[in-house]
Design a protein around this ligand. Structure first.
Ligand code: CUA
Length: 473
């Protein structure tokens, strides 16, 4: 039996990403050791080290100039590692003690020579750098840690004094602001952690003159990976817990609140006080008394937001999609509700005053409103027009706007899209409000006037609005 036993095999591993380098060496190795040679090639440091360990080659030839093969890693292995195999480092660069042969000038004779008697680097000049760094790494962590702490405190102070939030004017704002405080500390810490480590590494571990070798190769760090998974997981669970507690606190209902029905439409706010039969375009609230807001929309999604109260709620169109919000104002003053959901061309101007007053002033306002409703249909019509946002499209003084001005409108003859003309009288105006697409004026656009008024404004109020338009001569 002539088959070679494994012990007569000569295993050679060539580590280089350069295919020409590999081909040339493979030829020479086969010429030197003949048929019983087994060749393997690798192209990266960790792969090479893995194969060296598992395959146990007799000879390893490393392309010492290859950037994907870490010099530092190999030097470490040669100096400290207990390698049973022969290892050769081949370099193109003529400087340094690690040069075995110059690949550019390698002759066949030289190749034969180093294949039979490989030289090992007696004392590589770079190998002493790594252990020295490891010993002092604790010092770097402590120093960077102190910098992170200092920067965290500074950033938190800066964010706290820069008043990111307006004045706190409701009971519900208190737990929300507490949550904000926690999040601002977390933000300051994370910002500092990232920025300090980046700048510290850039300055302290910068490449100095004459340092040409690659950095050390790290495969993994299990403790570090466990830490950076557990800590963010804990932070997210903790913030969810605080968030849920805070949401619960902002929804706590008190007995006998002031009931306010908030109606939003393109583009106005209307506030109804069913207890008193008052409808207003301003929201009045007594201080230190909880208000229960029920919110609904006539057309698209709007969002009720008074920044000083912190809480925010979307208003959705549809009878069964009424939402609720609890607000206990704690500070007398005038604020503004703004729409926080893009809802069309005038979204940016969808603002209304929110006025927090003492209980006595609130009662006086209620009495005043009830008296003002009065008996004059023109005065009432003006109120209903205001409460329903009519003036956001129709001026009462002749100013051009989205819709025709109401000044001098009554009694006018208008041209219609179908080619006919019509005189603006009570019937025309009633149709224009309740069924706006029936008679569209020349120069106007269909579907701009909402189709919802016949349901959202009572017949008596529409008749008052017509009386008001009639008065604007
Ligand atoms: Cu309503 Cu934006």
């Amino acid at each position: 039996m002539a088959s070679p036993t494994p012990s007569t095999e000569y295993k050679v591993l060539i580590a280089s990403a350069n295919p020409l380098f590999r081909k040339g060496l493979e030829k020479m190795v086969l010429g030197r050791y003949g048929e019983s040679t087994v060749l393997r090639a690798t192209t990266a440091t960790h792969e090479t080290l893995d194969v060296m360990e598992s395959w146990q080659p007799n000879l390893v030839i490393v392309d010492y100039d290859d950037k994907s093969i870490s010099r530092a890693e190999f030097l470490q292995q040669f100096v400290t590692g207990d390698l049973p195999m022969q290892v050769m480092l081949v370099s193109l660069q003529a400087s340094g003690a690690v040069v075995v042969y110059d690949r550019r000038t390698l002759t066949p004779a030289q190749a034969q020579d180093w294949l039979s008697s490989p030289q090992f680097p007696p004392n590589p000049p770079h190998s002493d750098i790594q252990p020295a760094r490891r010993k002092s790494s604790m010092k770097h962590y402590v120093f960077a840690g102190v910098l992170v702490l200092i920067l965290t405190i500074l950033v938190d102070m800066l964010l706290s004094v820069s008043r990111l939030l307006p004045v706190q004017a409701s009971l519900q704002a208190q737990p929300i602001d507490r949550l904000f405080d926690i999040e601002i500390i977390a933000i300051s810490f994370l910002f500092s952690l990232i920025v300090v480590f980046i700048f510290y590494s850039m300055v302290v571990f910068r490449r100095r003159k004459g340092q040409e070798e690659d950095g050390a190769y790290f495969k993994s760090n299990n403790p570090l990976e466990v830490i950076w998974t557990i800590i963010p997981l804990g932070a997210v669970i903790g913030l969810s817990y605080f968030g849920a507690i805070t949401l619960g606190q902002t929804r706590q209902a008190e007995p006998a609140p002031v009931e306010i029905k908030v109606v939003a439409g393109q583009w106005f706010w209307r506030f109804e006080y069913p207890e008193y039969g008052i409808v207003s375009d301003k929201m009045y609230m007594p201080v230190d008394k909880q208000a229960k807001l029920t919110l609904t929309s006539l057309d698209v999604i709007h969002s009720f937001w008074v920044p000083e109260f912190r809480v925010k709620q979307d208003l959705l169109p549809g009878e069964n999609l009424v939402r609720e919000l609890r607000i206990t104002p704690t500070l007398i003053g005038e604020y503004k509700v703004r729409c926080a959901e893009m809802c069309g061309t005038s979204h940016a101007y969808m603002e209304s005053p929110v006025i927090v007053v003492s209980q006595a002033d609130f009662d006086a306002w209620v009495q005043g409103e009830l008296a003002a409703i009065g008996t004059d249909p023109v005065a009432r019509g003006e109120r209903w027009a205001k409460n329903n946002g009519c003036q956001s499209c129709h001026s009462v003084d002749g100013t051009p706007n989205v819709g025709p001005t109401w000044q001098g409108l009554f009694g006018k003859t208008v041209e219609l899209m179908d080619g006919t003309t019509a005189v603006v009288d009570e019937t025309y105006l009633l149709n224009a409000i309740t069924n706006p697409n029936m008679q569209v004026q020349v120069g106007a656009t269909a579907n701009v006037m909402p189709q919802t008024y016949k349901d959202s404004i009572s017949a008596e109020q529409i008749s008052d609005i017509i009386a008001f338009i009639k008065s604007l001569q």
